[in-house]
Design a protein around this ligand. Structure first.
Ligand code: NAP
Ligand code: ZN
Ligand code: ZN
Length: 349
């Protein structure tokens, strides 16, 4: 075991502060990674603040991890010292159940092991995430990073990227489809970029008129202000696909009115009870609401390779570890452009 510096919260009302945590010794299939950058996902905040219940303290968040390999186990074949690698939201799963065998580790029947707040089968207790100097992860859950992409701007692909890529692929978004991305935050801005790279006609659906210009720069063809009822009416029954990234309870009925017959809105944001949905919102037009959770490891690598090919990365604001608590406030206030990424050098110094 080795002790490393990390940033964590001791309870749901506490600020994040520097703490020491343990990392296991490198086992046969393990990769030890010196973390260079870690993205700040809204899920980190939900977990620190116990919004979903079940948080285990101290919480050391962080599941958009980029770093350099510093050591590998005897049986590791895909990585070597010095490689630039990534780790996303999972660090383990049973590898034997049907979902695991079908590259859907996120739906492992025994429960995937989250990068943080998961059950640590090596050291006991719970797992600690990427707001730390170092992490040890089994090879299967380590991703290769395309060399042409900017290291710090790649970090958010490990969660925000795959969470938006996977539903776009699963629901078979095609060139020319009219795709709406709801909520311009970390996930939303990746949704725009990826849907645009897939050739879709992208409409940014936002509560923040001030983000309109940015949305277009990021690849949106059009911007729709969701509070503008007239504008919403103009787009009624016209979307092939909607990706809803809103992080909190909200009324989905106005968005369902935007879907074409047989079209689907996929929820990736709010993991909590929503405002009541009117049955008629679905019945009138044979519409669908579905959900999606990150993506499997194979698909995550496919997404990273796609981003390498299409030169897609995140728009990031790089911060020092010490400024994390202010960054959280800004994320909660929908004031981030469009992902905070922590420079882990600041923790080492
Ligand atoms: P974020 O950066 O805070 O972005 C969310 C955006 O939603 C905001 O910027 C805002 O955009 C919009 N919004 C906020 N409150 C709203 C409200 N009351 N009504 C309508 N729109 C609202 O968050 P994120 O990191 O992208 O994460 C989004 C959610 O996805 C979080 O709940 C996170 O936990 C979850 N998540 C899920 C998965 C998964 O696998 N399913 C993976 C990662 C994250 P505008 O200003 O443009 O309206
Ligand atoms: Zn996340
Ligand atoms: Zn499994």
């Amino acid at each position: 075991m080795s002790q490393v510096k990390a940033y964590g919260a001791q309870d749901k009302d506490a600020d994040l502060k520097q703490i020491d945590i343990e990392r296991r010794e490198v086992k046969d299939k393990d990769v030890k990674i010196q973390i260079t950058y870690c993205g700040v996902c809204h899920s980190d905040i939900h977990t620190v603040r116990n919004d979903w219940g079940g948080s285990k303290y101290p919480v050391v968040p962080g599941h958009e991890i980029i770093g350099k390999v510093v050591e590998v186990g005897n049986q590791v074949s895909n990585f070597k010292e010095g490689d630039l690698v990534g780790v996303g939201c999972m660090v383990d799963s049973c590898r034997e159940c049907d979902p695991c065998k079908n590259d859907l580790e996120q739906f492992c029947e025994s429960g995937m092991v989250g990068t943080y707040n998961g059950k640590d089968k090596h050291l006991g207790g719970h797992t600690f995430g990427g707001y730390s100097e170092m992490i040890v992860v089994e090879e299967h859950f380590v991703l290769s990073i395309p060399k042409n992409l900017d290291e710090k701007a790649v970090a958010p692909l490990l969660c925000a990227g795959i969470t938006t890529y996977s539903p776009l692929r699963h629901w078979n978004v095609q060139e020319g489809d009219k795709v709406g991305v709801i909520g311009l935050g970390g996930l939303g801005h990746m949704g725009i970029k990826l849907a645009h790279a897939m050739g879709a006609k992208v409409v940014m659906i936002t509560t923040s008129p001030k983000k309109a210009e940015d949305a277009k720069r990021l690849g949106a063809d059009e911007v729709l202000i969701s509070k503008d009822e007239e504008a919403m009416k103009k787009h009624a029954n016209s979307f092939d696909f909607l990706l809803n990234t809103v992080p909190v309870k909200h009324d989905i009925n106005p968005y369902l009115a935007l879907l074409k017959i047989d079209a689907t809105m996929v929820m990736v944001g709010a993991i909590e009870p929503l405002e009541p949905m009117h049955g008629g919102s679905l019945i009138m037009g044979r519409k669908r609401v579905a959900g999606s959770l990150i993506g499997g490891i194979k698909e995550t690598q496919e997404m990273l390779d796609f981003c390498g090919e299409h030169n897609v990365v995140s728009d990031v604001e790089v911060i020092d570890m010490q400024n994390i608590n202010d960054a959280y406030e800004r994320v909660v206030n929908s004031d981030v452009k469009y992902r905070f990424v922590i420079d882990m050098e600041s923790l080492r110094n």
